[in-house]
Design a protein around this ligand. Structure first.
Ligand SMILES: [Zn+2]
Length: 154
């Protein structure tokens, strides 16, 4: 190798991720890099481009990201892995629902359709079943065979 190539290029002040190169290390091929939080580390010349942030900052970032993520409800979660291949139901149709916890059939609109089941929002039910429906947050999950289309909404 030529002597000029071995000579250390001054990288002081260069920025890699959250790191800034603050000074050369004792070793000719290493540098001291300082994270935005103030933590310092030694980095080899060859790895300098890989610098992102220190472990502590990475962990904080991970937690912040998790907190920022909106909570998915049970129905949305199910939608992702149980989505129906050939949807049978429509969103603008009122359905008659024979839900097993209700004494009478109730009426509802589609929330999500899965392979063999579908979830509905109950819009009308017998007063006897009100309690049950309210307890379920007005959302019921039924087998498709227990659902009958009534008429288009409106
Ligand atoms: Zn840091």
């Amino acid at each position: 190798m030529e002597a000029t190539k071995n000579k250390k290029r001054d990288r002081t002040g260069e920025i890699y991720g959250d790191y800034t190169i603050v000074r050369p290390a004792e070793n000719d091929r290493e540098w001291i890099a300082r994270c935005s939080c103030g933590r310092e580390r030694i980095v080899k010349n060859d790895n300098i481009w890989k610098l992102k942030r220190c472990k502590s900052c990475a962990a904080k970032l991970r937690i912040a990201k998790q907190k920022g993520r909106p909570k998915k409800d049970k129905f949305t979660e199910m939608q992702n892995w149980m989505r129906a291949k050939r949807p049978k139901f429509k969103y603008d149709v009122l359905y008659e629902l024979d839900y097993y916890q209700c004494t009478h059939s109730c009426k509802g609109t589609l929330i999500n359709e899965y392979r063999n089941t579908a979830s509905f929002e109950v819009v009308e039910c017998n007063s006897i079943d009100e309690k049950v429906v309210a307890k379920l947050n007005r959302r019921v999950n039924l087998k498709k065979k227990d659902v009958t289309a009534l008429c288009p909404k409106n």
